[in-house]
Write a protein that binds this ligand. Structure first.
Ligand code: CTP
Length: 409
């Protein structure tokens, strides 16, 4: 069982980075870079004060996007910058550095500059990383502002102690960019919708031995299942992966991975403590049949049977469907070679599933081995949710989103 480092909870997150007029503004360039390195999409808003400390060009170059600092985008044409749209765009509004003045403006609900307007119109959560001199930070006014903001649900990224720009030493220095990124990762992780959910996931093919060197198998690469494991981890799930033989590294952040070869071995792993899982997802292309007899040595050419008698393998997903309790969600996949709707609906009912994901090799770019997939999800009432051809990473995110919608119904 392998334990890998968690993948970043910042992956794919839209971060509105507000920069205000503190000497620590120079660190915002490194912060923007660090957030992007961890997979976030960053847009920057600066106050007029911040522009005194760091050039907008630095931040626009790093984020490959214009920096917002004014209500008018283009003074000559009078083009307006839509602070409402920006406020809706972000998953979080991170103000780093946040000056004493900006904290006070947030408390008052002031709208004296563009950044403060975005603050008032943002629906996403706000986090602030204060940066100021030790006495300003310790002042009752600042402390009471921070307490008010914390009461409103604003995340406070406590400053560090150390040498300050004033030459004094004490608490008030903005946390280093990497530490802010770490803080934000934990903050997102704590809010992840699948936090505390245990997920059991099968992936890849199985191989059913004929002798010690030959087997019955299929072309499954495991890519869809591994992408799904990553997408589930990103939403905070505790993922336990059971994989057939695949050429893929352990997905980052999974709680455990068991590598198996046969359907029987996969079944043994999949039955274990099934009742302790909240969600079980079968992406594995389990061989439907195995040779009734296998040789433990290599059969030579003249020893090979003309006919290989087969017997069915255990149906893992059907077992889960049978055992399923009210608190559990069981999801299946159906890979078909025709349009597959009738077959997918029959599997959904027969295996007692909460929903089924259909993909058909009849669609270009879908199926085994490819990096893309095109899926349709069927609910038990027959409702179909059809998706475009996408990368397997995006398909996995769509499936997880469907799961989240299903769980909050
Ligand atoms: N499945 C499973 N164990 C098996 C066979 C299938 O867990 N022995 C799961 C697959 O992981 C998938 C779903 O059942 O989620 C449907 O698999 P599929 O091979 O399409 O269907 P089968 O039930 O095998 O039916 P058929 O081969 O007749 O299409």
């Amino acid at each position: 069982m392998g334990y890998a480092a968690p993948s970043s909870a910042l992956h794919g997150k839209r971060i509105l980075l507000g920069v205000t007029g503190s000497i620590a503004a120079y660190k915002s360039a490194v912060l923007a870079r660090e957030l992007q390195r961890r997979g976030a999409i960053v847009r920057v808003i600066m106050t007029p004060g911040a522009i005194e400390f760091i050039a907008p060009l630095t931040l626009s170059t790093l984020t490959d996007h214009p920096v917002y600092s004014d209500f008018t985008e283009n003074k000559d044409s009078g083009e307006w910058t839509n602070h409402v749209d920006l406020g809706l765009w972000g998953d979080v509004f991170l103000v780093a550095p946040a000056t004493a003045n900006t904290l006070s403006a947030f408390v008052q609900g002031s709208c004296d500059n563009f950044l403060q307007a975005v603050h008032l119109s943002s629906r996403c959560p706000v986090c602030v990383a204060p940066a100021m001199d030790l006495d300003m930070f310790a002042h009752q006014a600042t402390q009471s502002n921070l307490a008010t903001l914390a009461n409103r649900g604003v995340g406070i990224i406590e400053p560090d102690s150390g040498l300050l720009a004033s030459g004094l030493e004490g608490k008030g220095r903005m946390l280093e960019p990497a530490a802010i990124a770490d803080w934000l990762e934990i903050w997102f992780y704590e809010r992840a919708p699948l936090k505390g959910k245990r997920v059991l996931l099968t992936a890849g093919p199985t191989q059913e031995p004929i002798d010690s060197v030959r087997f019955i198998g299929n072309h499954s690469s495991g890519k869809m299942g591994f992408a799904l494991a990553r997408a589930l981890v990103q939403q905070g799930a505790e993922v336990h992966l059971i994989s057939g033989p695949v050429q893929l590294n352990d997905p980052a952040g999974v709680a455990s991975i068991r590598r198996v070869q046969t359907a029987e071995e996969m079944m043994i792993a999949a039955r274990e403590n099934f009742h302790t899982y909240d969600i079980a997802i079968a992406t594995a292309a389990v061989a439907d049949a195995r040779p009734k007899q296998r040789s433990f040595t290599k059969l030579h050419r003249n020893e090979l049977p003309e006919v290989i008698a087969l017997e069915p393998t255990p149906d893992i997903l059907a077992h889960w469907g049978e055992q399923k309790k009210a608190h559990q969600t069981v999801i299946g996949f159906a890979l078909e070679t025709d349009d597959g709707v009738a077959s997918a609906m029959s599997k959904l009912k027969r295996k007692n599933l909460d929903f089924i994901v259909l993909n058909s090799t009849a669609d270009r770019g879908a199926g085994f081995g490819t990096d893309t997939n095109q899926i349709t999800i069927f609910d038990p009432n027959g409702k179909a949710h059809k998706f475009e051809l996408k990368s397997k990473t995006e398909v996995a995110q769509d499936i997880v989103q469907h799961l989240l919608n299903y769980l909050t119904l």
